[in-house]
Design a protein around this ligand. Structure first.
Ligand code: FES
Length: 99
């Protein structure tokens, strides 16, 4: 299964691009040499995430997560952010599953 998420040119380091993925919010961000696709859901109590100062911050209780690894840096989120498997195909970032 493959689903195009966004054009690479629209994904940046200084802001997250929010895209719809079957009704769920996904955040795309460049982090160094990689592009990450994270579910817009905090792992504490499912709060929404903001991208600021190079990391994700939960709007509800303030947990912060590393934009490169998805690991929690501070606050109550017990697990890393949920990362979608992706790869670059041509000019696009594509979600891939089962390939
Ligand atoms: S829901 Fe994100 S820190 Fe609580």
């Amino acid at each position: 299964m493959k689903v195009t998420l966004a054009r690479i040119a629209d994904i940046h380091e200084d802001r997250a691009l929010e895209v719809d993925f079957f009704g769920r919010s996904i955040l795309l961000v460049k982090a160094g040499d990689r592009i990450n696709a994270f579910a817009n859901t905090c792992t504490h109590a499912a709060g929404p995430l903001l991208f600021e100062d190079g990391r994700f911050r939960c709007e509800w209780h303030g947990a912060t997560f590393n934009a490169r690894s998805g690991q929690r840096e501070d606050g109550p989120g017990p697990y890393p952010l949920i990362r979608l498997p992706t790869r670059v195909e041509g000019d696009d970032l594509v979600y891939v599953y089962g390939e």
